[in-house]
Design a protein around this ligand. Structure first.
Ligand code: NDP
Length: 519
């Protein structure tokens, strides 16, 4: 496609639009289980520091790290300082006001006495720091510990909300590993915590461009009339990574791409692209519509086995000019592993709006580059008056929501080239978040942490959504895991490519969807 494009700017005829970003956060103690771990150091702590630095936190906030490692408050502070320095966002003055608000409590996750000590420590902190009994328990631990920690918090009375105070629990994906285990986890959480107290994180939802999909669709009147099977040929949801399994091989080799990416991020992106308009912008009304969409997913036809599914596993290859090893040669991976690192699912939604429209959901590791986007492919014009005179074949309109690397909305259409002969070419209208919006931006983890403290569930999974999506995926997982011939269906692809060739056979537009330039 030609890269001629029309840049869009905000219409500032009425003055530059501003967004009041002041928030009235309540005082709060954020208790992080797994405080010695990777997620805390790489994501949570830099996000918490950034929120503090930008003045979003109330004066009375505290972070209490908990894990088995033997650390005191000062050692914990030193580790967290290193984590912030590594993130490249360190600022001495902000650190000096934050450090006295960091504490550490050693706990053994299944030891009741440890939780009693934690409760006493939190009471002390309330008195000294004015956190008023508000607690946010963040489970940044391996999923095998979720149930133990939730149960112990319940047994110690830490899940009880007294008067105006709140007690919330934040759970990271994965929410179970299939439908049954997701239900079991939920039952344990609900023994101690009510649904309004539970926050199931999908940080993808907190990305600005992902949030903007609903605004684009439902704050503009012109798109909904064409957002259906009459005008849309297919929708492609892509989350490609060029990284391999890194330090998470133990988890990944058991989970695979379907559990790691599809049950959560891919299903959320699908819902945002395809759901109906909620009646109001309230967390439960928005989540109702997502669940209604999931209920409409056509059950996967296991009898037809791999008709609507391509699975792959990366072999050796080149990424950014460097040789990388095959998945099976990664440290911590079973050398005979049949875990898929790539999947493409062709899904259908059985309702009036979408009957017959394929949704191609594609995600994989060690692909050519990191790219996340939703491509809405419109149909060809019903009749072309131009095919005899125009030199260029007409390309159907395409709308792209770019999530990574470019946060953009990108619409292609055909236009006449200035020339004596009639020549057409595809051009694009382009809206870039970075170019157009100077306002303060929150990283995904900053946004989810703020929303947990504010008690806003809009960007979090509700259990019925979790169960619907597992209900859709579980037969696929069972088919893969019980199919004696999985090896035959697991297509190898070279690291650094766009996945197995069979993916292009299932979705011939895939190469165009991933390669279309959006910058
Ligand atoms: P880690 O493996 O780094 O574990 C976190 C901490 O939990 C460790 O520091 C350790 O602390 C404790 N721990 C680890 N294994 C055990 C064990 N077998 N028994 C008891 N305690 C253990 O996890 P991550 O930080 O990578 O991930 C935390 C959660 O976040 C997971 O659920 C993961 O799926 C999710 N997640 C992680 C992402 C990431 O980028 N890391 C991204 C998205 C989700 P100690 O020994 O001191 O108690």
């Amino acid at each position: 496609m030609a890269d001629a494009h029309v840049n869009l700017t905000t219409n500032d005829a009425g003055g530059t639009p501003t967004c009041d970003s002041r928030l009235n956060l309540p005082p709060c103690a954020i208790v992080i289980f797994g405080a010695s771990g990777d997620l805390t150091a790489r994501k949570l702590f830099p996000a918490l520091f950034s929120l503090h630095r930008s003045g979003h936190f109330p004066e009375s906030f505290v972070i209490l790290g908990c894990s088995r490692s033997e650390l005191d408050d000062d050692q914990f502070r030193a580790r967290m300082r290193e984590a912030v320095e590594r993130s490249g966002d360190f600022e001495r003055q902000a650190w000096e006001t934050m450090a006295p608000r960091l504490y550490y409590q050693q706990v053994s996750y299944e030891d009741a006495a440890g939780y009693a000590a934690l409760a006493a420590r939190l009471d002390d902190i309330d008195r000294v720091q004015g956190t008023r009994g508000n607690r946010l328990f963040y489970l940044a631990v391996p999923p095998t510990l979720y149930e133990t920690i939730a149960a112990c918090l319940g047994e110690t009375g830490l899940a009880v909300e007294h008067g105006e105070s709140f007690s919330r629990i934040v759970v990271e994906k994965p929410f179970g590993h299939d439908l049954r285990s997701a239900q079991a986890l939920d039952a344990i959480l609900h023994r101690s915590f009510g649904e309004p107290q539970v926050f199931r994180i999908d940080h993808y939802l907190a990305k600005e461009t992902v949030q903007n999909i609903l605004m684009f669709r439902f704050a503009n009147a012109i798109f909904e009339p064409v957002w259906n099977r009459n005008h849309i040929d297919y929708i492609s949801v892509i989350a490609a990574e060029n990284l391999g399994v890194e330090h998470r091989a133990g988890y990944y080799d058991k989970a695979g791409v379907l559990r790691d990416m599809f049950q959560n991020h891919m299903m959320q992106l699908l819902a945002l692209a395809a759901m109906d308009a909620p009646t109001c912008f309230h967390a439960d009304r928005v989540r109702d519509e997502k669940v209604r969409l999931y209920r409409g997913l056509k059950p996967f036809e296991v009898a037809d086995e791999f008709k609507d599914l391509v699975l792959g596993q990366y072999g050796p290859g080149m990424i950014d000019g460097k040789h990388v090893v095959a998945y099976r040669d990664e440290k911590g991976v079973d050398p005979r592993s049949l875990t898929p690192t790539f999947a493409m699912i062709r899904a259908f939604v059985d309702n009036w709006r979408w009957k017959g429209v394929p949704f191609f959901l594609t995600s994989g590791k060690r692909l050519a580059r990191k790219a996340s986007r939703i491509v809405v492919q419109f149909k060809d014009v019903p009749h072309s008056m131009l095919h005899e005179v125009a030199q260029e074949r007409l390309e159907a309109n395409q709308l792209v929501f770019g999530i990574y690397p470019d946060e953009v909305i990108h619409m292609s259409f055909m236009a006449k080239l200035p020339a004596p002969r009639l020549c057409l070419r595809p051009v694009v209208m382009h809206y870039g978040f970075d170019d157009a919006e100077p306002g303060p931006r929150l990283e995904a983890y900053e946004k989810v942490l703020l929303d947990c403290i504010l008690g806003d569930h809009m960007l979090f999974w509700r259990q019925d959504g979790v169960e619907q999506t597992w209900g859709f995926l579980t037969p696929i997982l069972e088919m893969c895991e019980t199919c004696g011939e999985l090896e035959r269906h697991l297509h190898s692809y070279p690291a650094g490519s766009w996945g197995p060739e069979r993916a292009v056979a299932l979705h011939p537009g895939f190469a165009r969807d991933v390669s279309m330039k959006t910058s």
